[in-house]
Ligand binder design. Structure first.
Ligand code: BJ8
Length: 422
């Protein structure tokens, strides 16, 4: 289907955007469609990618015509439940393509992480329809780069920033709950709806169901004797979950999980026996950043787990569904989100514990700790991660990269050498 008219009406730079549309299909064919023995259930996500800037944006436009509002988010600490309870729509906006970086660099310093530059580049370059249909951009005070980027963006766009605690003491959970209450008030103004306990409980149920369905897919990856899905495919499912409808997402993930569980029963693997089981940890891999997974999975390894925001951090931990008052439920939300271990917190021992636990649960042969260039918090925390892994007797390779393909060959050489050592 031709969406150029729709993009034009959204005020996009359609000609420049055509270059992105031209580059994606061959890249997707090479990286994804060339894989052997993929689960049939991936057909849904292939279809989404084939029209990634068409199908879902068109749905959002229709929903907006009915009066619903779209909230664009950049971080796991934004509580989807509050937005959904107010009949809003959540769409993840983190940019994962080098295509958007140059436009980002017109508004930000070059020495900044590519995720922030690409996100702002997609906004200012008018080359992403999701940014064009967003009614409120929801930021958060996590890393310095994001904080300042929101400040710049707020000069031109409606931006609301959630003030995140820096530590994880009891009083910080209470502080986050207060922030979520304020955020709910803002969402009430934007949507024109009122937050009720029933609506919030229902939104919690919807979001928990999505997490449970995704957990089933991840659990199928824990099988020590079989790899029923490639890391690339699992990553794609996770990346798209950030902007899909949560109920449909849960249905599709459940269907995929059924197939993967059956594959495990029958011993159907995507990889040959002896392929190294790898966990990747570190900075998020926003769509369409498939570079590292592709290198690993064409070098003798298989990614079986991502300790990342585009991975287990997104799906682990459910919100307590045993209600109470509205304030109690919002406190439950804050409790759940504070279990998410981002390197922006200090100290952050929970993340190290997660990594050691996950290495065991997913039966990994080795860990690749990946850092997006200029992400200071993950880079610095990498020292502690690598120390803890070495102490636990788990082999680890630390790498730093960005969205550019210039270092692919060099990374491949290092990763192959790492696999030989395992
Ligand atoms: S909860 S990881 S989504 S902040 S990579 S922009 S931290 S300089 S993305 Fe993140 Fe939330 Fe944490 Fe997850 Fe900054 Fe680092 Fe860039 Fe990052």
């Amino acid at each position: 289907m031709d969406y150029r008219k729709m993009w034009g009406e959204l005020g996009m730079d359609v000609e420049t955007h055509d270059n992105l549309c031209a580059a994606l299909p061959p890249a997707f064919t090479e990286i994804y469609l060339s894989q052997k023995n993929r689960p049939e259930g991936m057909g849904f996500w292939d279809m989404v990618v084939a029209d990634i800037h068409g199908i879902r944006p068109a749905e959002l436009i229709e929903e907006r015509k009915k009066g619903r509002k779209v909230f664009g988010t950049f971080c796991l600490y934004v509580p989807d439940e509050i937005i959904i309870a107010l009949n809003g729509i959540v769409t993840g906006l983190c940019g994962g393509s080098e295509f958007w970086v140059p436009d980002g660099e017109k508004h930000l310093p070059k020495g900044m992480c590519p995720l922030v530059k690409a996100s702002l580049g997609a906004y200012y370059g008018r080359t992403c329809p999701f940014f064009r249909v967003t009614d409120l951009f929801v930021g958060e005070t996590t890393c310095d780069g994001k904080k300042k980027a929101y400040e710049i963006m707020s000069q031109d766009a409606p931006v609301y920033v959630i003030d995140m605690p820096q530590m994880k003491r009891d009083e910080d959970v209470v502080k986050l709950a207060r922030e979520y209450r304020k955020f709910a008030s803002k969402c009430e103004i934007v949507t024109g709806n009122s937050l009720t306990i029933d609506k919030l409980n229902e939104a919690i149920r919807i979001t928990n169901n999505k997490r449970k369905a995704m957990q089933r897919v991840y659990n199928a990856r824990k099988n020590a004797d079989n790899i029923p899905i490639s890391g690339k495919d699992a990553l794609l499912m996770t990346q798209i979950a950030f902007f899909d409808d949560p109920v449909r997402c849960a249905q599709m993930c459940d269907k995929l999980a059924d197939e993967l569980e059956e594959r495990n029963r029958r011993g159907v693997s995507v990889f040959d026996k002896g392929t190294k089981r790898i966990m990747v940890t570190g900075t998020p891999l926003a769509i369409p950043n498939w570079k590292l997974h592709h290198i690993i999975e064409t070098s003798g390894g298989a990614v079986v787990c991502e300790e990342m925001c585009t991975g287990v951090r997104y799906i682990e931990n459910l919100v307590d569904e045993d209600g109470g008052s509205l304030d109690d439920v919002i406190l439950n939300l804050a409790r759940r989100y504070m279990k998410n271990n981002c390197s922006c917190f200090t100290p952050n021992p929970g993340r190290i514990e997660d990594i050691i636990r996950l290495a065991e649960e997913y039966h990994v042969d080795g860990v690749i700790d990946v850092n997006l260039k200029f992400c200071t918090t993950f880079d610095t925390e990498g020292i502690l991660v690598e120390k803890a892994l070495k102490e636990a007797g788990i082999k680890v390779l630390g790498i730093e990269t960005d969205y550019n393909d210039g270092d692919s060959e060099q990374l491949k050489t290092r990763i192959q050498a790492f696999f030989e050592m395992l």
